[in-house]
Design a protein around this ligand. Structure first.
Ligand code: BG6
Length: 481
């Protein structure tokens, strides 16, 4: 059992959580720059990147005296050479990163892109190439220029489609000789869960109800995706482009047919985005869902025609955990529409309560491949944990166990015929947690000396998992001890 020789092993990051340099190089502010750290909260349904309008106004007024961690990230902006050298030492063949929309178009509406911003990413891509590391680039990862939030209520407006497509075209034109793997949207499914964090939308400012407003924003993203997939195929025919979904494996709690039916329905909702991006239309079950929940969408002009265009080249997924569903699905949702899974007695949980399930990972890969017959790029998988940093070392055997089991699970799917392009572990260099704004929830193989308050040297250290992954890659996934 071996992985293909050209398998793209690597690590994943996102600008809003990693890049920093928020007020340098002509960058504008984004919605995420106003989000706080929620402290040592161990999960639940409180999200640092979910702000009400009222809270946003408060944070805006008090921004100078607040702890706003997404502005700092973990300083990739100044340390990219050092980080890329560490990735190269680890043997990484690919590096997933995202571009900051507000670094390229600071307010989203400038006539011309910000040359300083474009040049920063040229330098990063050159550095990656000099180490034979293939960039895998997400166009937008939980970021919207704040000016577009204030002016158009983010992705609720069709105007944002136009502006984002212009931004995406700028990226494709500018980097077509350097970037061969694009992801349009990170976890597009979070648009209907955390509207401010994912799409820069204040649902309370909308004329629509909350669900309709979130699905409106999602509709606009799916349109933008289709337009950019088509453009990428025309302008950069050697490149591959996909959209990303945060994928869960979903189990019924019991054999009660109602549990099973709900698990099936929930699983279908979890992949609906791929139905649209691969097949090119809204499936009937989704239109029925809109009817049942009285969700009102203003369909984008010629939307059917636009979606019918080109299909994505690969499915990008994150996989962290599985969920369990009961017959009473509505009570399983928190007020924010987030699925709260009951425990699964067969599975252990992370420090933050996620169900650890490598078997579910194999099932996910096989199901997706059976359903869409498209290659899959696993662009996120990882374990958020408290690390103990002592004498320059972190003995993170729990993380090694997690990744070893997930690599084996992926190998099993590949053996069964699933085409997997690569595997980029989440937060390969420690970065700010999206849901908590914390540093104490770490995923990396490389430790960053920074705490929740932003204090620390920001120096980098190799964890035990660094050496484990180095061996895993060097042996093409055969030496996992
Ligand atoms: C994914 C996101 O949902 O999960 C990342 O794409 C995020 O941005 C990751 O960081 C882990 O979540 P968290 O909340 O633990 O950082």
């Amino acid at each position: 059992m071996t992985f293909p020789k050209d398998f793209l092993w690597g690590g994943a990051t996102a600008n809003a959580q990693y890049e920093g340099g928020y007020n340098e190089g002509g960058r504008g502010l984004s919605q995420i720059d106003f989000c706080e750290c929620i402290g040592k909260n161990k999960g639940g349904t409180e999200y640092s990147h979910e702000l009400s309008y009222e809270r946003y106004l408060y944070n805006k007024e008090h921004q100078d005296e607040m702890n706003l961690p997404f502005r700092r990230g973990t300083d990739f902006y100044h340390r990219y050479k050092e980080d890329i050298a560490l990735l190269a030492e680890m043997g990484a063949r690919t590096f997933r990163m995202s571009i900051s929309w507000s670094r390229i178009y600071p307010t989203g509406e400038e006539e011309e892109p910000n040359r300083e911003g474009l040049d920063f990413y040229h330098r990063v891509f050159q550095e990656l190439r000099s180490h034979n590391i293939e960039p895998l680039v997400t166009m937008v990862h939980y970021e919207v220029p704040i000016a577009l939030v204030e002016k158009y209520n983010g992705w609720e407006s069709p105007k944002t489609v136009e502006l984002f497509v212009r931004y995406g075209k700028t990226l494709i034109d500018e980097y077509k000789d350097e970037v061969k793997y694009w992801v349009t949207f990170n976890e597009v499914n979070w648009s209907v869960v955390t509207p401010y964090g994912a799409t820069g939308v204040f649902t309370e400012l909308s004329k629509k109800d909350r669900l309709s407003c979130m699905h409106q924003a999602l509709h606009h993203e799916l349109i933008a995706n289709a337009l950019l997939v088509k453009y990428c195929h025309q302008v950069s025919p050697d490149a591959k482009i996909g959209v990303m979904v945060g994928k869960f494996e979903i189990y019924p709690l019991t054999p009660n047919p109602l549990d099973v039916a709900n698990a099936y329905k929930e699983a279908r909702l979890n992949t609906f985005y791929f139905d649209v991006a691969v097949r090119g239309f809204y499936p009937a079950y989704m239109k029925k869902y809109y009817q049942d929940y009285q969700i009102r969408i203003d369909w984008y002009e010629n939307y059917e025609e636009i979606l019918k265009g080109d299909s994505i080249d690969f499915l990008a997924i994150s996989y962290y955990n599985s969920n369990v569903i009961t017959a009473d699905i509505d009570s399983a949702r928190s007020k924010d529409n987030i699925l709260v899974s009951p425990d699964n007695p067969y599975l252990k949980k992370t420090d933050w309560g996620g169900l650890i399930d490598p078997v579910g990972f194999t099932i996910t890969l096989e199901e997706l491949y059976d359903k869409y017959q498209k290659p899959i790029f696993v662009v996120e998988n990882g374990l958020g944990a408290f690390d103990e940093f002592k004498d320059g070392k972190v003995h993170d055997d729990y993380r090694i166990v997690f990744h070893r089991e997930h690599v084996k699970a992926m190998q099993k799917a590949i053996d069964d015929g699933v085409e997997v392009l690569g595997y980029t572990t989440w937060g390969i260099v420690d970065l700010v947690s999206a849901s908590g704004g914390q540093m104490c929830k770490r995923y990396g193989f490389i430790y960053v000396d920074a705490d929740d308050d932003g204090k620390g040297s920001y120096d980098r250290y190799r964890k035990d998992s660094f050496y484990w992954y180095q061996k895993c890659i060097a042996s093409d996934g055969t030496d996992l001890d």
